[in-house]
Design a protein. Structure first.
Length: 238
């Protein structure tokens, strides 16, 4: 009985040591990945990585991770050559093959969500428009100043924001904002002038992890919410 007790105690101690080493290793890997992603994305904000699964060491030895969750804050993406800030981007990567130096990897699949606030949408506007919530999911309010006969008229319209296929066989998705209705008020050409500033298409063509694409979007009081997904998605790397 005494020998058995000693064996049990040794087993418990070794198990605790292994668990402690495993947790230290996963913490180290998470921090290294987060730093690599921070550098690769050029983040002004923050990055946080969580590696799931126990034990981690067996996953690390095989360079295969079941699931990696990523939280980014302050991500800058390019929309038709103009920087647009995502206040947050959260993604879950499945079946991640880690690089030899554990500084990056590629996932078989990934799903995520992002948020662009109305303040950031307004900053990114190429027409001087001010954007806010349109009062219903998928709606935004767009306010612009229109020059008519030497006077600036301020007009606000409720627009529908949708995701449409890119034209010309380029693939991918485009964010489209289109005013539901623009009152002409009897002024010739007013609707055309307003729509010239309120209606637009934008393509988020850079800044997202490679392989991660827009799949859906909607809006609420917080801003425009993006849904993303993809396969063979680059988690980090050179």
């Amino acid at each position: 009985m005494r020998v058995l007790r000693v064996v049990v105690i040794i087993g418990v101690v070794l198990g605790a040591l292994f668990a402690g080493v495993d947790r230290w290793a996963v913490g180290y890997a998470e921090n290294k990945l987060a730093d690599r992603i921070q550098a690769r994305q050029g983040l002004a904000g923050s990055s946080e990585v969580e590696i799931h699964g126990f034990p981690f060491l067996t996953q690390a030895l095989s360079h295969d991770l079941d699931r990696v969750d990523l939280k980014l804050r302050g991500v800058e993406v390019m929309a038709d050559g103009r920087k647009t800030r995502l206040s947050q981007l959260d993604a879950s990567f499945r079946g991640v093959k880690i690089d030899g130096d554990y500084a990056g990897g590629t996932a078989k699949s990934a799903k995520g969500s992002g948020l662009i606030t109305y303040a950031d949408l307004t900053k990114a506007s190429q027409t001087g428009a001010t954007l806010s919530y349109g009062g219903a999911p998928g709606k935004v309010k767009v306010s612009v100043g229109v020059d008519v006969l030497g006077k600036t008229l301020t007009r606000s319209v409720v627009s529908t924001v949708t995701l449409v296929d890119a034209e010309g066989g380029k693939g991918g998705k485009i964010v489209r904002v289109h005013a539901d209705e623009v009152p002409g008020e009897g002024i010739p050409g007013l609707e055309r002038l307003v729509r010239k500033q309120t209606d637009f298409d934008r393509s988020l063509d850079a800044g997202l992890p490679a392989g991660l694409q827009l799949t859906a979007l909607t809006s609420d009081e917080a801003g425009v919410h993006l849904e993303l997904g993809g396969s063979d998605v680059v988690l980090a790397g050179s």
